[in-house]
Design a protein around this ligand. Structure first.
Ligand SMILES: Cc1ncc(C[n+]2csc(CCOP(=O)(O)OP(=O)(O)O)c2C)c(N)n1
Ligand SMILES: [Mg+2]
Length: 623
């Protein structure tokens, strides 16, 4: 028997060399699975992975980040822009560097985006504990802070011996590249093991291609779905992120044009059709358009494609009102395909849409239903036009800011957002003209995603301008990756909407009877109240201090000029504009289930509870 060739490498070196050689393939196109590695070094990774990343610096580019949560968001933003076929690894030290990544991991997993997390971990040898930043006294030396990643990772392992690496890496890659399972994958790396040498089999480092499948629907399931749709008079298609990730927008359009089914969009699915397509109703649900929500109320069969049916999409299970309503769910993930007691069509979105188009040949949705969808879509766009140009004084509305950014953006440019009042307004009002033009992280709606997410998008797609729309509070949480953007010469255009606080939660607090308590950024007044004078905070100055070009504009006209200049320049720019948070978007929307106190000393809370109970009666359980 001949012995297999081996190479003596440290565990960290073997890991990096392996990552360099991983590729994905779909539809005949191959790309590297890892575009690079983000990191922040500390004693838990500097001498292990840090050494390896330096050694392999020519083949796996290292990007120094400024905040570990931010770098995971950047990796997720990159992965989403690349339709999950390519991503980044993220390395952190042990302790706080590691746990800073937990929020990013949750955001990636909930949004079904692949990211590989490599937190350093405490000594596997257990000689000399406690080391700096080690958790102790919780009943088992086996548990470290990195166990926090378990519930937010789709695959988790701790590499306690160098020879454990190979098997774990193969499983990690399988999960990352499986569209039904993907999310954060965490390999915790004890700092001593990272540096230990081992004779790794040479074949571990061979070029390896992970074929990203397009599973076909089972014929019997397809027949059941087609039968239901053919019997429908008022069908509605709800397009989710799966349509975009699977590059199924052409197939969706073909199905819709052949059958006349109107289309409503989730946050991740917005852009499935261009906003002015006659079948496009825009966003659905809590932050949906009148057009989509009106048709949803009457729909008799709802075909969900690539959606996980979040409560925002379904208006907390209240937007679909036909008592006989049935769902058909085309989804690559069985967990989503089986939701709402739907007819499951477990399949890749593109394969499923193509199969449905073939199975529905000759059938068309009711003519009047189709015409109504087109009319309601046009009426909605006229309403958008009005709010884009409402001319509020002395301060503009947020909707006018959206209008100015939409007009400054070319069709292929990308808008990024994640939390606050902006995502809902964008869902309603943004005119999307390209499938990759709308990037709102609303699975986790994580404040702070905007700037690092934009960095990841721009790295993934440098030919597009990336506009990050960000609230003042979201900016305060995670502006640090502006420094990384400046250092990497990655150009972002950030529009910072200053409304002095958590305006979205202020509205929610008011709607639930608490009047905006604890949501305004103000001095504490003399009597201890929270609503004193506005603070002397200047976030444009903060952005400038981080190396961005920055300015404050006072009107929509000035904003338009600043955006034009930013587009033409090659530097990262932050444009701050103050808006009036009391101007609501006067159109669209639906109920959202936010529980209100059942007993209270406050009359507004008691009233809000009454409203809540009345709305709750319309909530449905699809069984
Ligand atoms: C990390 C995180 N913490 C808290 C929340 C809850 N939350 C959602 S929106 C919001 C306020 C956001 O304020 P800002 O970014 O200024 O946007 P605005 O609501 O003013 O439009 C808060 C606190 C969240 N989504 N993410
Ligand atoms: Mg705000």
């Amino acid at each position: 028997m001949t012995s297999r060739p081996t190479r003596r490498l440290t565990m960290a070196q073997a890991l990096v060399e392996f990552l360099i050689n991983q590729y994905t393939e779909r539809d005949g196109l191959q790309q590297r699975l890892f575009a690079g590695c983000f990191g922040i070094f500390g004693h838990g990774n500097v001498a292990g992975l840090g050494q390896a990343l330096q050694q392999y610096g020519d083949t796996l580019r290292y990007y120094m980040a400024r905040n570990e949560q931010g770098m995971v968001h950047a990796a997720a933003g990159y992965a989403r822009q690349r339709n999950r076929l390519s991503t980044f690894a993220c390395t952190s030290s042990i302790g706080p560097g590691a746990t800073n990544m937990v929020t990013g991991a949750a955001a990636a997993t909930i949004n079904r985006l692949p990211v590989l997390l490599l937190p350093g971990d405490t000594f596997a040898s257990r000689v000399g504990p406690p080391v700096l930043q080690q958790l102790e006294g919780i009943g088992s030396p086996e548990v470290t802070v990195n166990d926090c990643f378990r519930p937010v990772s789709r695959y988790w392992d701790r590499i306690n011996r160098p020879e454990q690496l190979s098997g774990s890496l193969l499983e990690a890659m399988r999960v990352l590249t499986d569209p039904a399972e993907t999310g954060a994958v965490t390999l915790a790396l004890p700092q001593d093991v990272q540096t230990e040498a081992f004779d790794y089999p040479e074949e571990l480092f061979a070029r390896r291609v992970w074929h990203v499948a397009r599973p076909l629907p089972e014929p019997a399931a397809l027949a059941r779905a087609a039968e239901l749709l053919r019997a429908s008079r008022r069908p509605l298609l709800v397009a989710g992120g799966g349509v975009i990730y699977s590059e199924a927008t052409g197939s969706l359009r073909a199905l819709v044009e052949a059958t006349g089914i109107p289309v409503a969009e989730t946050y991740a699915g917005k852009g499935s059709l261009p906003y002015d397509h006659p079948s496009c109703l825009g966003g659905i649900g809590v932050s949906g358009t009148d057009a989509a929500n009106e048709l949803a109320r009457e729909a008799d069969v709802v075909l969900g494609v690539g959606t996980r049916w979040s409560d925002f999409t379904t208006a907390s299970h209240s937007v679909f009102a036909d008592p006989e309503l049935r769902f058909v769910n085309c989804n690559v993930a069985p967990v989503d395909a089986f939701k709402h007691a739907g007819v499951p069509l477990v399949a890749d979105a593109r394969a499923g849409l193509d199969a449905l188009a073939a199975a529905l040949v000759g059938w068309r949705a009711d003519d009047a239903w189709r015409r109504r969808a087109a009319e309601r879509g046009r009426a909605w766009d006229a309403a958008v036009e009005r709010v884009y140009h409402a001319g509020h004084t002395p301060l503009p509305s947020q909707a006018e800011v959206i209008g100015a950014v939409n007009q400054a953006a070319e069709p292929r440019d990308v808008v990024v957002c994640a939390a606050g009042s902006m995502p809902g307004d964008l869902h309603k009002l943004w005119r999307t003209r390209d499938p990759k033009g709308f990037h709102v992280e609303y699975g986790y709606s994580c404040m702070g995603y905007e700037i690092p997410g934009a960095l990841g998008i721009k790295l993934a797609d440098p030919d597009r301008e990336v506009f990050a729309l960000i609230g003042d509070a979201s900016y305060l949480m995670l502006p640090q990756e502006l420094v990384t953007a400046v250092a990497e010469r990655v150009k972002l255009i950030v529009v910072l909407v200053q409304n002095h606080g958590y305006a979205s939660i202020g509205s929610l607090s008011a709607a639930t009877g608490s009047g905006g308590f604890g949501t305004r950024f103000r001095y504490r007044d003399e009597r201890g109240g929270l609503d004193g004078d506005v603070l002397p905070v200047d976030l444009a100055a903060n952005a400038a201090s981080l190396g961005a070009r920055s300015l404050t504009v006072r009107s929509i006209a000035e904003l338009a000029d600043a955006l034009k200049a930013a587009r033409e320049g090659d530097q990262t720019v932050v444009v701050q504009i103050e808006t009036d948070p009391t101007v609501p978007v006067p159109i669209g929307g639906a109920w959202w289930d936010v529980a209100v106190a059942e007993v209270s000393t406050s009359e507004p809370v008691r009233q809000a509870r009454g409203d809540y109970q009345r709305s709750k009666q319309h909530q449905r359980h699809y069984l």
